[in-house]
Structure formats: C-alpha cells, structure tokens
Write a protein that binds this ligand. Structure first.
Ligand SMILES: CC(C)(COP(=O)(O)OP(=O)(O)OC[C@H]1O[C@@H](n2cnc3c(N)ncnc32)[C@H](O)[C@@H]1OP(=O)(O)O)[C@@H](O)C(=O)NCCC(=O)NCCS
Length: 67
C-alpha cells in the first residue's frame, strides 16, 4: 500500500513511489504484480491505470451489524 500525505498529493510523488516499487520488484525478477484497491478510490484507480494496471477481477465486501 502506498500513500502520500494530503497536503503533498497531486505533485507526482505517488507516481514516483509506485514506479520505484515496481522497479525494485522487476529487479528481483518479478514478472507480474497484483494489487487490490477500493473501487471508489478514484485517485488510486487513476494512478494504477495510468501506469498500465488493468482490472482482473472484483470483490464485494459484505457487512452486517450484530445488534
Ligand atoms: C493514490 C495516491 C497515493 C496518489 O498520490 P499522488 O502523489 O497524489 O499522485 P500523483 O501526483 O503522483 O499522481 C499520479 C497519477 O494519479 C492519478 N491521480 C492522482 N490524484 C488524482 C486526482 N485527484 N484525480 C484523478 N486522478 C488523480 C492521475 O492519473 C495522476 O497522473 P497525472 O498527474 O499524470 O494525471 C494518494 O491519493 C493517496 O495517498 N491516497 C490515499 C492513500 C491511498 O488510497 N492509497 C492507495 C491504496 S490502494
């Protein structure tokens, strides 16, 4: 999971961190990278798509309060 503190978002830092991580994994011989992201996380979805990630599957999380 990556994150940039709110006051420094939108300046390219998240993209740099993501690319550094992918570069590290590639250097270790990793050929495929998988990640999960909330389908309502607009910024993260755009970031991952912008570097070439494509949706493979989706998961629905259920919850039920026990009152
Ligand atoms: C997702 C996150 C890491 C992006 O960090 P960031 O430093 O703002 O991202 P960047 O400035 O490097 O932007 C890279 C790309 O992300 C996308 N993006 C970032 N902010 C966006 C926004 N507000 N709206 C739409 N797209 C956005 C764009 O595709 C952008 O590329 P572009 O600038 O060429 O259009 C940041 O929003 C964050 O920390 N969010 C909270 C934590 C989180 O949800 N992490 C991911 C968990 S899976």
């Amino acid at each position: 999971m990556i994150g940039v503190v709110p006051e420094h978002r939108g300046q390219g830092l998240g993209g740099l961190v993501l690319m550094a991580g992918l570069s590290y994994l590639q250097g270790r011989g990793i050929e495929i990278v998988e990640l999960t992201v909330d389908s309502e996380n607009r910024e993260a979805l755009a970031l991952y798509k912008s570097v070439g990630f494509r949706k493979r599957s989706s998961t629905i999380w259920y919850e039920k309060p026990l009152d």
